[in-house]
Design a protein around this ligand. Structure first.
Ligand SMILES: [Zn+2]
Length: 208
């Protein structure tokens, strides 16, 4: 295992994020996966099937740009290619978090055949990097769920070309991906998304 001070710092940030996200109920039953950039060629990523509230350095491995493990017997998450696609598309991306919350899962199913969810006129939209006003529209691409991560990675790359200013995407009946320049920004993004999803769900309940 690569065990440099940089890896240790990034792995500890991932484990800390895992404890927080698990405590909020957003990564139940070993679901979700998290990563942090080490350099242009390498990323620290959670191993498959680990309890996300109890992560330790030994549960985190290094993968290369192709998603292949580097100097590790651990099996990377099945969704590794989505992480590497994001790092390669956004040179400034420093961390990626993927959660399976109730609100993200239900909202994505309620969207039916839509290919995006739109959130607008919420003060919390300012939490997303680059947004300076509530008077903005946050478009969240929605992809059908699949186990074919190669194809989903290609679909994601294509969508990122078309919509470079997004902060996250949803996979239907599955969960949310978001990213940021570092782990703190990414955690802020995931909290903002979850707050907005909760608001959107509440609005739907109230407007019945
Ligand atoms: Zn997932």
């Amino acid at each position: 295992m690569i065990d440099t001070p940089l890896f240790q710092r990034v792995a500890d940030e991932i484990a800390d994020a895992g404890r927080f996200l698990y405590s909020r109920g957003w990564v139940p039953a070993t679901s979700g996966n998290f990563s942090g950039r080490l350099d242009d060629q390498h990323y620290a990523l959670t191993a498959s099937g680990r309890h996300k509230g109890e992560l330790q350095r030994k549960d985190i491995l290094v993968v290369d740009r192709n998603g292949d493990p580097v100097d590790s017997q651990l099996r990377p998450s099945a969704e590794t290619l989505l992480h590497t696609t994001l790092y390669q598309h956004f040179p400034e991306c420093g961390a990626v978090l993927h959660t399976h919350s109730v609100n993200a899962t239900v909202l994505s199913k309620l969207a039916g055949d839509a290919d995006e969810i739109i959130l607008e006129d919420y003060e919390v939209l300012k939490a997303f990097q680059g947004n300076t006003t509530h008077d903005t529209v946050e478009r969240i691409p929605l992809f059908p769920n699949t186990q074919d991560m190669v194809q989903l990675g290609k679909d994601l790359a294509q969508r990122l070309e078309q919509q470079p200013n997004i902060h996250g995407f949803l996979i239907q009946g599955h969960g949310l991906y978001t990213w940021g320049r570092d782990m703190n920004e990414t955690r802020r993004h995931i909290e903002a998304f979850e707050f907005l999803f909760e608001c959107d769900m509440e609005m739907r309940r109230c407007s019945r």
